[in-house]
Design a protein around this ligand. Sequence first.
Ligand SMILES: Nc1nc2c(ncn2[C@@H]2O[C@H](COP(=O)(O)OP(=O)(O)OP(=O)(O)O)[C@@H](O)[C@H]2O)c(=O)[nH]1
Length: 317
Amino acid sequence: MSARTPENPAADPAPHRAGFACFVGRPNAGKSTLTNALVGTKVAITSSRPQTTRHTVRGIVHRPDAQLILVDTPGLHKPRTLLGERLNDVVRTTWAEVDVIGFCVPADQKLGPGDKFIAKELAGIKKTPKIAIVTKTDLVGPKQLREQLLAIDELGRELGIAWAEIVPVSAVGDEQVSLLADLIAPMLPESPPLYPEGDLTDEPEMVMVAELIREAALEGVRDELPHSIAVVVEEMIPREDRPADRPLLDIHANVYIERPSQKGIIIGPKGQRLKDVGMKSRKQIEALLGTPVYLDLHVKVAKDWQRDPKQLRKLGF
Ligand SMILES: Nc1nc2c(ncn2[C@@H]2O[C@H](COP(=O)(O)OP(=O)(O)OP(=O)(O)O)[C@@H](O)[C@H]2O)c(=O)[nH]1
């Protein structure tokens, strides 16, 4: 770093900034994928099924001028269960606490009641700057993109939201992702970094491991089952008596479902599906933790856990 001198006034460095941003938007809008693209590593789970992000996962973007901490919230939705209500509370609390809110709308779908529901809620949060982000721009042509940008502008006017920016991005195509970070950084408060350099998330490793298993278990399951699956990592312990150059981490995890009838779907014929889930998630966990893993998965029934406060607490909600 260069010091400020009379000969070199330009060397006065801009103050370092650090703060929180969250992406909001209806399920499947691309929030988790965008978080991952900004952070550059897999921290939030993504899936083609709506409402798969349950935990508030923070991704941290380290830049020379700013540290941006991304809080990934679950989608806001009409609550049908106790879990649904708790999730909505988490979302609103998060919105009130962050420095910037990014409202995500996919480019390939017309603005619908779901987007308007969220935008109306956003309009009620006056102080926080809001950026409208049109996601998945790789899926549309210029004409459709232009229409979407205009529609968002119009929605802002209708609801009295002054968008600080309206930015089209493609997380998959890596288009304008770093521009988005450039736009958010100056909106953060002046502050030294809040997290040590190199940290990508402060989510406990066990929760991230559970999320990776849940993501694998969700793949290919239909209808209501996604809402019925919860994963709890019981323990992660290094295997004893291993040579230093060949460590092995034992992970024991339970996949919870709500009804005995769902067991067969998760386990699959001859246990094949559960085996696949184990294999797939193990690879991801090994990549995340950087160590070989032995993954022991069990399927358990926690009857109607979504409606039972005691069970919800046990499952980490
Ligand atoms: N083509 C394309 N697909 C994308 C892009 N971003 C996300 N997707 C896809 O859209 C789907 C949903 O993305 P997510 O990031 O999981 O969406 P989300 O908003 O976090 O969803 P919830 O967790 O349900 O709230 C996934 O299948 C992604 O692969 C993008 O930039 N381009």
